[in-house]
Design a protein around this ligand. Structure first.
Ligand code: PMV
Length: 326
């Protein structure tokens, strides 16, 4: 049996706009998905958590198993464990895909290949989102820590690679980077979950329809890009007040794009007084918000009083890793 795990992520700046090539910053969180894979000895079919695997229900898994088949062609039994809530903007499906790549690489006797895991999982996400997927979730889950997507190669960040993809007939390019962030003592990130599921593909499609019908609203995506650029710079300078300010501004534009929800707004209102900055994170329509704060316990309490579930996440959580080999 082989076992691998990968973290979820939250987006500090740039969701939605990043699909159209704007810059963004994401970081891994301390909730992970774990995948165990073993050879299926009893049945001649693949199984998922004890049941016959249905490729139509799990297109991500199907794509990856076809790209990384077991060397002897024997069917496999995949078990999924994890603490990342589904459809909550925390990248649970990306983490699942990345962890599965890691497990299958091991089973094939290969070394863990983060670049391959990040690429294959991005392709799998793109298929599930009608081709509209940035490489952000999957890169953050693969490499861990902080990932910056930019429209140029940033000389003072650690460059990973350049990714190109066609979105609705236009070719977009993302330059992927990581960097070691120096977070000032006492600053924490709190994640608040509305408990309402949001569909990434539906929210991404909603934005695509909006800009197709109102091309002038592309300016909002460019505004998010400009805020993200400023926020990333402030983050790297350790100016957390400016980071928080930029997060809140980013949220206002996301709200005007129509991807927030009443439940998200309620948690954001509750967390704002004790925070440096607050915003929704991920695709929206429900799901999670994040707060950058110097009083995390207070912020957690304020979110929970407003009906959400909240936790404090660690920064610099490691990416794809092998759990153990038996
Ligand atoms: O909600 P999540 O975790 O699937 O994040 C989606 C982020 C988007 O920018 C909306 C889409 C993407 O592919 O980057």
């Amino acid at each position: 049996m082989v076992k691998a795990s990968a973290p979820g992520k939250c987006i500090l700046f740039g969701e939605h706009a990043v699909v159209y090539g704007q810059p963004a910053l994401a970081c891994s969180i301390n909730q992970r998905m774990t995948i165990e894979v073993e050879k299926e000895e009893t049945f001649d079919k693949w199984r998922l958590d004890g049941r016959t695997f249905n490729p139509r229900k799990h297109p991500h898994i199907d794509y990856i198993r076809q790209q990384l088949p077991a060397l002897d062609g024997q069917p496999l039994h995949i078990r999924v464990r994890g603490s990342i809530p589904k459809s909550s903007g925390l990248g649970s499906s990306a983490a699942l895909s990345v962890a599965l790549c890691g497990a299958l690489q091991q089973l094939r006797g290969e070394d863990i290949d983060l670049m391959q895991a990040s690429r294959l999982s991005h392709q799998a996400e793109a298929q599930a989102q009608a081709g509209r997927a940035s490489p952000m979730d999957t890169a953050t889950s693969s490499f861990g820590g902080f990932v910056v997507l930019s429209d140029t190669i940033e000389e003072d960040l650690d460059f990973i690679e350049t990714r190109t993809m066609d979105v609705d007939g236009t070719s977009y390019q993302w330059h992927l980077h990581t960097f070691d962030a120096d977070i000032p003592q006492g600053v924490a990130l709190v994640v608040g979950n509305t408990g309402v599921h949001g569909s990434t593909s539906a929210m991404v499609k909603q934005v695509a329809n909006l800009i197709e019908q109102h091309p002038e609203r592309r300016v909002e995506l460019e505004t998010i890009g400009a805020i993200a650029r400023r926020g990333i710079q402030a983050f790297r300078e350790g100016n957390m007040e400016a980071v928080g300010q930029a997060m809140t501004e980013n949220h206002i534009v996301l709200r005007s794009l129509g991807v927030s929800s009443p439940e998200l707004e309620q948690l954001i209102r509750a967390a704002a007084p004790s925070s440096l900055g607050v915003k929704m994170t991920g695709a929206g329509g429900g799901g999670c918000m994040i707060a950058l704060t110097t009083s995390p316990e207070q912020t957690v309490g304020d979110i929970e009083m407003a009906g959400g579930r909240a936790f404090i996440t660690r920064f610099n959580e490691p990416g794809l890793g092998i759990e153990h080999i038996m």
